[in-house]
Every structure is written in C-alpha cells, then in structure tokens.
Design a binder for this molecule. Sequence first.
Ligand code: CP
Ligand code: NVA
Length: 305
Amino acid sequence: MRHLIVAEDLTAAEIEAIFAISRDLQEKYAAGRRDALLPGRVLALVFEKPSLRTRVSFEAAMTHLGGSSLFLGQDSGFASSRESIADFGRVLGGYVDAIVCRSKSHETIERLADVAGVPVINGLSDMAHPCQALADIYTLRQEIGRVKGMTLTFVGDGNNVARSLAVVCGLLGMRFVLAAPEGYHFDPAFRRHLAEILPEAEVEETTDAAAAVTDAAAVYTDVWASMGQEQERAERQKAFASFQVNEALMARCPDAVFMHCLPARRGEEVTDGVIDGPKSIVLPQATNRMHLQKGLLAWLLGHAE
Ligand code: CP
Ligand code: NVA
C-alpha cells in the first residue's frame, strides 16, 4: 500500500506510469468513454480548508472510474477535540478504500497516513501540494511537448505549491527557478532535503524576477498569502509588490506559457491581461487535475505495490 503525502514519495518512473494511465483515460474520456476501473470503491475527502478544484476533480474522477466519494468537512470532527486523529483515521480506514486529506498541518496528514490502513493522498498542506504539481507538469508536457532540460520559473512565495513543483521538476529533469523577495525563499531545511534526495536537480533561487524569467518555458505564480496566512496579507503585498506577473515581465519571455494553480488574486500576483492572455494555460491546468488524479487513483488502488 502506498501514500502520496509529498511528491518525492514517487519515483520518476512511477510519475511516468501515472502520466501514461492519465493520458489513456483522458483520451478515452474525450472520446466519450468512462472506464469503470474502480467499481464499488469509495474515496473519502477530509478537508479542513476550502476547495473547489481539489474536491470536485477528485469526486468527478472517482465517479468516472465507477466508484464513489464522500466529502467530510468540519462537521466530521477531524483534527478537533471531538476525537483523536488516530481513532478518526482507524475508523475511517475501515469504511473506505482511500482518503484525500487537506489539512492546516502537514503533520496531521502524516499521522492520518500512519493509522488509516488505506492510501492517503495529500490534497494540500502547509508544506506540499503534490497533486497540483503532478497535474501541472503533466499539463506542461501536453502544452509544450517536453519538459526535460526546460526551465520553470516560479515568481512568488516559496510555499506548498512551489516546493512540490521543485520536487517534480527535479525528478523529471526540469530546471526550477524560484524568484521571491528576501524572506520568502525555501527554508534551509527544505533546501537540504532537496539536495539530499535529488542531488542532480537544478533548483535555483533569486530575488531578480526579471532575469529569472528570461529563459523560462513556463512562468508560474500563486497567491502571495496562502490559506491560513490572511493576517500577513498587507505585509506580503508590500514585500511582493515588485514580483507581480504582468505584461512587462512576460514580455521578457514571449514564448513562455503562464501558469497558476488557482484561485488567483487578480491585480495582485497576476494581472488580468496575463491570466486571460494567449499564453495562459491556467484552465487546462485546472481541468487536468481531474485527469491526472484519475491516473493516480487507478495507479494507487490498482497497480501500486
Ligand atoms: N488549486 C487548488 O488546489 O484549488 P482548490 O483550493 O480550489 O482545491
Ligand atoms: N498556496 C495556496 C494554494 C491554493 C491551491 C494556498 O495554500 O492557499
């Protein structure tokens, strides 16, 4: 049994296997076919934070695969004083075949995975957003043909999304550049971890966004204040003011596509002109969450050892 808590839980070969299943299912879906690979299987979604894409893409994916899903929000009592995470996870794991968890704390998802007895998938934590990063690189390959040897420049906070992207890029041979103001780069512990698990990975950090995008095949951004950081919003708006992805920045890399995990704060980290512009691939990114996660579910519940 396998979990997906961080992107580095997968090898490059496993990511390629998941991409291949996703591609096959995506093509069949486009042709009107929905292969019931997981009949009767149940997926639970345990969420401590809001979600549109992660929740709906997993629920739709599970239905297309012939299974079903159930959403457990705050009223389930997860990670509250109602009962321990161990009791919650052991009981839930007895009812369902897999769990997607979105939590305020990465450690909560790890504790759930330790006890659940079924695969646990991280649907976003403060540390990582592996499903997002996998769907993003899957999308990028569809859009630009190949990712190996290309550069993805992330202009913004060294947050959950940036971390997972750095790992998936490192695994698949893509150069990753983080352009962020001082104080918002990767923390030293994550940098050490990356160097240890992916010594060959090309991961660079800079404060110069204009220089960082010049050789980018893709420019990516995310909100400056993530869910749970709302009280830092004013301070972050100041710190990130010169890191907006706007037409002037994108003019430095006219061939690059624009990416965003969404939801976006238009007028802050990105302008309308860029996110709605001809180089934006944010909608295929969002749609591919469903296709990629179908491949992931089929792999985790069918193929993974
Ligand atoms: N990108 C993403 O995970 O979106 P949601 O927060 O809507 O799930
Ligand atoms: N970094 C964002 C991603 C949302 C999908 C957050 O954590 O809120």
